[in-house]
Design a protein around this ligand. Sequence first.
Ligand SMILES: Nc1ncnc2c1ncn2[C@@H]1O[C@H](COP(=O)(O)OP(=O)(O)OP(=O)(O)O)[C@@H](O)[C@H]1O
Ligand SMILES: [Mg+2]
Length: 253
Amino acid sequence: MLKLEKVTIRFGGLTAVNEVDMEVPKGSIFGLIGPNGAGKTTLFNIISGVYAPTSGRVLFEEKEIQGIPPYKVNKLGIARTYQNINLFKQMTVLENVMVGCHTKTGAGLMSSILRTRRQRAEEKSVREKCLDILHFMQLDSKIDFKSRNLSYGEQRRLEIARALASEPKLLLLDEPAAGMNGREKEELSETIRRINEKGVTVLLVEHDMKLVMNVTHIICVLNYGKKIAFGEPADIQQNQEVIAAYLGDTRND
Ligand SMILES: Nc1ncnc2c1ncn2[C@@H]1O[C@H](COP(=O)(O)OP(=O)(O)OP(=O)(O)O)[C@@H](O)[C@H]1O
Ligand SMILES: [Mg+2]
């Protein structure tokens, strides 16, 4: 579904992502792990169109997408969440999800201003769809809350809800468990599985190794921008280079 070919990005003298080859199979839950500064978020930024790579190709469903702006990448079927929560704090939970939907609605600016009958009908169906997604993400009791008043874990779930609103084929999750307690993490594992069962391919960046090893089918490990390992969770856990670079670090719980 997603293929990276020798993807490289340099920031001045720093090579944040270095000739990374990676293939994410359709239908998989794919883990992308590695120590702080390894280049995981930068790779998400390249895939989602925030950065154009210095060199290399990004293919989504066999089409080159590197350098395409984020809104177009989203239209092609890739949505993401952010490591640093990126919600509209003053807007309600429902409004935040409806924003995510708007890449799909056909109504233009003028009809939005004039609120034509078509616009009102569209808004109703958008609202219903967003309510369904909020139900799926177990946020239905919070729809009228301002997003800034949600707990950290709820904000992370709302980010996922907003990403789902664009009906992605590929969902990129950047540290979705950060700040969550044990119970929330277990629920998140289940949610990721359920999203995947709906046919969405998931690319997961996460430091919580229990969650990663539990939920992913296949894992790619980055270290200093380079891919150092690729394989099934059980093999990755035994890989000496990965243990030395990352897993042996007791800071990973
Ligand atoms: N816009 C930028 N300009 C300069 N350097 C950058 C930029 N974005 C990222 N970097 C650098 O690229 C490297 C990779 O950063 P990145 O955020 O991708 O790491 P990460 O693997 O997501 O780490 P973490 O687990 O801490 O989130 C770091 O050294 C970072 O400082
Ligand atoms: Mg990161």
